[in-house]
Design a protein around this ligand. Structure first.
Ligand SMILES: *Cc1c(COP(=O)(O)O)cnc(C)c1O
Length: 400
């Protein structure tokens, strides 16, 4: 007889026999049909579907400009180029971060200046960003962490008073809004990700939005080798063979196959966001009274996109370190992750930027306890209750 309360890692029965992945895309028949139609159309690369996808996203966000690119990283890169970031400049970003913005800044010869985050929201604030400003600062890059929108008004006021630009990293936050403004509308530009785990996916892909079309036009031009913007039409009956290279661009364009998926996902965006919202609230309800688990604050003045649901486990109460808790969840059949390993703890950034462990206490203390639970629309009611059961089972076994 195995004991149902005994962790599977110690020989008990796992909550699930089949493994629940940490993330899976929500792809329906509509997306499959749209890809097949695109393949049959004969036009696979950037073209009419990509242009339509840009219009749909611009209209949804409520901005004049949107430029589709191959990834959020590419979008961050090109927006930095459009803002004139170059050698010797500094760009300020949170240390609780993926490598994308920092790597892109380094490729441009700029220095990523890392700042800590606010403990409750895990976002940067204007006050925190201000601590990183020097006379070399050119750009502020706040992240809407986990899908929670940053308070943008004070950040924009700070930027205006110091003659800086604000580039939002919107990778987690398609669909989020704060104080009546969608993420992507309250910044000089915002780069979104359509990577497979993100709230809206095209498999791989990204989009830069801005109310200033000179920024998105520049991004679009740079995304296709610096060709004049309508050069994609050169193989169609509406285009001309003649084009001009007007800048040293990159090969960062989206394809119409990706855009076809994105158009379906944008039609479903409310459904997708509501599904994530329901899971977040089910977790909140289930975990709020577990003494060894701290749930994320969900309350926002608008909509949270819930790309991630990061709990914090308290090793003092659970008697096991975070890593052991993750291993035990895996043994129960639940895939989890950690967002993020703080940038300054990676060997490259440590070496290149000269930071040391201990410099960012809020991010480091969060990181030592953080576990991101599965949260995605393709989860069934049973998947959600299995996650709840596994976390509760392990918590109650280990708590003391
Ligand atoms: C996923 C992610 C990115 C990169 O997105 P890609 O589309 O894969 O380039 C950038 N920033 C953050 C915060 C992310 O989570």
């Amino acid at each position: 007889m195995t004991d149902a309360t005994l962790p599977a890692s110690e020989g008990g029965t796992p909550v699930r026999a089949d493994f629940l992945p940490f993330a899976q895309p929500s792809i329906g028949q509509e997306e499959i049909d749209a890809v097949v139609d695109t393949l049959k159309s004969g036009w696979l690369t950037v073209g009419p579907r990509t242009r339509r996808f840009e219009e749909v996203v611009a209209e949804y966000i409520g901005v004049r400009g949107a430029a589709a690119v191959s990834s959020c990283s590419a979008g961050l890169h090109l927006a930095m180029v459009a803002f004139g970031v170059g050698s010797g400049d500094e760009v300020i970003m949170p240390v609780l971060n993926f490598a994308a913005a920092a790597n892109m800044a380094i490729h441009l010869g700029a220095r990523p200046v890392l700042v800590d985050v606010e403990p409750e929201t895990l976002n940067v604030t204007a006050e925190i960003l201000e601590t990183g400003i020097t006379r070399r600062t050119k750009l502020l890059i706040p992240i809407h962490f986990a899908g929670r929108p940053c308070e943008m008004e004070p950040i924009l006021d700070l930027a205006r008073s110091r003659n800086l630009k604000v580039l939002g990293d919107g990778a987690h936050a398609m669909g989020a809004d704060n104080a009546g403004k969608k993420v992507g509308s309250a910044a000089d530009a915002t780069s979104f990700s359509f990577y497979v785990t993100k709230c809206v996916t095209t498999g791989e892909g990204g989009m830069v939005t801005s109310d200033d079309t000179s920024v998105t036009d520049k991004v679009a031009e740079l995304s296709l080798h610096g060709m004049s913007r309508d050069a994609w039409k050169r193989y169609s009956d509406r285009g001309s063979w003649y084009y001009e290279i007007v800048d040293a661009g990159y090969k960062y364009n989206m394809s119409d196959i990706q855009a076809a998926i994105g158009l379906c996902q944008m039609r479903r965006i409310d459904e997708l966001r509501n599904a994530r919202d329901r899971i977040a609230h089910a977790y909140d309800e289930a975990f709020r009274d577990l003494s060894g688990v701290v749930v994320p604050t969900l309350r926002v003045n608008g909509h949270h996109a819930h790309h991630l649901y990061p709990i914090k486990v308290d090793p003092a109460i659970l008697g096991v370190p975070r890593g052991a808790f993750i291993d035990s969840l895996k043994a129960e059949g639940i895939g989890v992750s950690v967002h993020f390993i703080p940038l300054h703890l990676h060997p490259f950034f440590r070496r290149h930027l000269g930071y040391a462990a201990g410099e960012f206490p809020i991010t480091e203390s969060y990181y030592e306890r953080a576990i991101s639970l599965p949260i995605y629309p393709a989860m069934t009611t049973k998947d959600v209750s299995d996650v709840i059961e596994a976390v509760t089972k392990l918590h109650n076994h280990y708590a003391r």
